[in-house]
Design a protein around this ligand. Structure first.
Ligand SMILES: Cc1cc2nc3c(=O)[nH]c(=O)nc-3n(C[C@H](O)[C@H](O)[C@H](O)COP(=O)(O)OP(=O)(O)OC[C@H]3O[C@@H](n4cnc5c(N)ncnc54)[C@H](O)[C@@H]3O)c2cc1C
Length: 448
């Protein structure tokens, strides 16, 4: 009898940060893996501002020297702004400040395993290409320009099917990693996806040359921070992310219903939203848009399961939470950091059952639940976030979350405290913050 070996140990669908970091981890450990990427890199992609927990992965993968050599803008911290004395938020309410302007610097808290005081903002075309090339250098096979059309989970090893020219081809692997991003390849094929009906957002964004970042920076050291500018429209904000010295990415994020209600086309909607913050509009009108506008919608969801027999999902392919805290790339990279350990053990035991990936699934669910709870509290009562950051008792605990350290604590005490305060404000109509409560409550969305 002839025993045929599968073509690869692991087949990875998608070569974004999740797929290429997974390929790097596996190739570094000597695993025979292949990445299928449907695009030819470099290609533009949303998600340009990282958080410091990404650094651990770059270190593991010996990729930090390349991050430094690429001269991506260094991100030392974050600023949140409201409408400079014009919105109802910026009053003193019976002694409780309702001002939402706040900034934080990452170096204020030492992060285990991270010895840099900054993270990066990245041009995703360049960053994703570098990381995918790194995976290739470490020994991963990369098929780019190849779109996976189906994974056939038959009685033996899965077959990954794709088209090359006019031919339908397939390769076999002991297991499949879905890293296909918001395309959620396996989630769709296996009907595992649950749409988040609460965070039902819409974003429109572009790159601008000559946007004067000094207008909002109180100090020169803040120039290359990420800026989150709140607009006086419910649940709506703008990101301001440095891409180079001269180029800045700006995007409006809102509830999809706000966009639908406006009946404007997407470009008009962008400008009318920006117009609610005159200083931003004035600064942006003087700059040149250098890319077409791009929009994104319907992007928050979870999966009924992240792993199964002979497969697991990493990055956006498994879960998407609102991007307000710039979490996506960090989740993608760290999901590979955790998942590759279970994959190596599965290869060792030759056991690819769902149970083999349980540690990964539990760890990732814990981390994304913490992000989700943090985001929920934030949207419900913005001012609480500012209040906690400005309180020395909690500032570093909040910073821990913002750094992306969310995987080691079942319920971070600071989140518990925030949730209790929200409940108190909800109960007490006379509470000075009661009228500031937002209209998003995430109780409706509690995925398994
Ligand atoms: C509005 C918005 C703002 C955001 N802002 C930030 C931010 O500031 N910071 C941050 O960290 N994150 C941000 N994100 C999230 C970030 O974009 C993602 O979390 C991140 O890109 C996830 O990486 P990934 O590798 O999982 O998926 P992706 O980066 O999407 O990569 C998936 C890859 O799979 C490929 N692919 C898909 N289907 C197939 C197929 N069938 N065959 C072969 N290849 C396939 C795609 O071409 C793609 O290259 C934002 C997201 C949105 C929507």
């Amino acid at each position: 009898m002839v025993i045929t070996k599968p073509d690869f140990d692991v087949a990875i669908i998608g070569g974004g940060p999740a797929g290429s970091s997974m390929a790097c981890y596996l190739a570094k450990a000597g695993v025979n893996c292949v990445v299928f990427e449907r695009e030819l890199f470099p290609r533009p992609h949303v998600g340009e501002s990282l958080v410091p927990s990404s650094t651990r992965v770059f270190k593991d993968l010996d990729f930090l020297p390349q991050m430094e050599a690429a001269k991506f803008p260094k991100k030392y911290g974050a600023v949140w702004t409201t409408d400079d004395k014009k919105t109802p938020y910026v009053h003193d309410l019976e002694g409780l400040s309702a001002d939402c302007n706040v900034d934080i610097r990452f170096e204020e808290r030492q992060q285990p395993g991270v010895d840099k005081n900054h993270t990066y903002h990245v041009d995703r075309g360049k960053f994703d290409l570098l990381l995918l090339q790194h995976a290739h250098k470490l020994g991963a096979t990369v098929y780019d320009g190849i779109k996976v059309s189906e994974v056939d989970f038959g009685p033996k090893e899965p077959i990954v099917r794709f088209q090359m020219g006019s031919k339908q081809l397939g390769v076999s692997a002991k297991m499949v990693v879905d890293a296909s991003g918001r395309n959620t390849f396996l989630g769709n094929q296996m009907k595992l996806k649950i749409q988040d009906t609460v965070f039902d957002q819409y974003a429109i964004h572009s790159w601008f040359a000559g946007y004067d970042r000094k207008v909002f920076a109180k100090r020169d050291t803040n120039l290359d921070y990420i800026y989150i500018h709140f607009l006086p429209i419910s649940n709506t904000w703008i990101w301001q992310i440095p891409i180079t010295d001269d180029v800045t990415s700006l995007g409006v994020v809102t509830q999809k219903k706000n966009f639908a209600k406006s009946k404007e086309d997407r470009e008009k909607f962008f400008w009318s939203s920006v117009g609610t913050r005159p200083m931003i509009e004035e600064t942006l009108r003087k700059a040149d848009r250098i890319r077409p506008f791009k929009d994104e919608g319907d992007y928050s969801y979870a999966m009924k399961q992240l792993c199964g027999d002979r497969f697991l999902m990493v990055g956006d392919a498994g879960r998407f939470v609102d991007p307000i805290f710039s979490t996506g790339v960090s989740i993608a990279l760290n999901s590979s950091r955790f998942a590759h350990k279970d994959i190596l053990a599965a290869l060792e035991k030759n056991d690819f059952s769902r149970e083999s990936f349980a540690t990964y699934e539990n760890t990732l669910r814990l981390g994304t639940k913490n992000w989700y709870d943090f985001i929920t509290v934030y949207y419900r009562l913005n001012v609480l976030f500012t209040y906690f950051i400005n309180d020395t008792r909690y500032r570093l605990d909040v910073l821990k979350l913002l750094q992306g350290d969310v995987y080691d604590d079942a319920t971070p005490p600071v989140l518990e405290k925030m949730r209790n305060m929200v409940a108190e404000v909800e109960r007490n109509e006379k509470h000075p913050w009661h009228k500031l409560l937002g209209d998003l409550t995430a109780n409706a969305f509690r995925p398994a």
